[in-house]
Design a protein. Structure first.
Lengths: 110, 116
């Protein structure tokens, strides 16, 4: 069965901490992995990863894909309260299939 | 960046009525759009894939006769919740890929449906 698993499901840190969010997948014909940040409404796009080992970076956020381990991590350094959100991982596979993980709820305390 | 709009942003209806939600790609053409629903504190659940010019593909467990999808043009897909019931109350989101398969998805802002 195709699946996407995120861990941890919930995380509480203090401002300035660094966090690492995990996403693992088991799908047929993997195409790409995407990370999203969801606050109040629809998710906003963070990264799309297709190639293994190439880090993508945007400010304090970075992500990398490991196709051998069938996983990806999302790192956030020097966290801020504005980083509090649900972080969703999604995998595109086969021709046009898509599956989301359950998400990681990150809470950053002042 | 690419923009996807949804209308309405929220709707309240009586049980038994039908509700139509529109999803539009504003500055690009989308042969495929995805429809999701999200219950409180849960992840997005893919309901169906909307294909321009052909029938939608529904995920297992999603009733195609209840959730009617019509991909009328390359920029518009509609989801109609027929004979809505309170358990259909949810947040409905659409997304569209900007290019060929594997490209990033852009999400609409979502529609909050409340069925009384």
């Amino acid at each position: 069965e195709d699946k996407v698993v995120q861990s941890p499901l919930s995380l509480v840190v203090h401002e300035g901490d660094t966090v690492t969010l995990n996403c693992s997948y088991e799908v047929t014909n993997f195409r790409s992995l995407l990370w999203y940040k969801q606050e109040k409404k629809a998710p906003t796009f963070l990264f799309m990863l297709t190639s293994s080992g190439i880090e993508k970076k945007s400010g304090r956020l970075s992500s990398i894909l490991d196709k051998k381990e069938l996983s990806s991590i999302l790192n956030i350094t020097a966290t801020q309260t504005g980083d509090s959100a649900i972080y969703l991982c999604a995998v595109l596979y086969n021709n046009n299939d898509m599956r989301f993980g359950a998400g990681t709820r990150l809470t950053v305390k002042p | 960046g690419a923009v996807v709009s949804q209308h309405p942003s929220w709707v309240i209806c009586k049980s038994g009525t039908s509700v139509k939600i529109e999803c539009r790609s504003l500055d690009f053409q989308a042969t495929t759009m995805f429809w999701y629903r999200q219950f409180p504190k849960q992840s997005l659940m893919l309901m169906a894939t909307s294909n321009e010019g052909s029938k939608a593909t529904y995920e297992q467990g999603v009733e195609k006769d209840k959730f009617l999808i019509n991909h009328a043009s390359l920029t518009l897909s509609t989801l109609t919740v027929t004979s809505a019931h309170p358990e259909d109350s949810s947040f409905y989101i659409c997304s569209a890929p900007t290019g060929s398969v594997g490209h990033e998805q852009f999400f609409g802002p979502g529609t909050r449906l409340t069925v009384l």
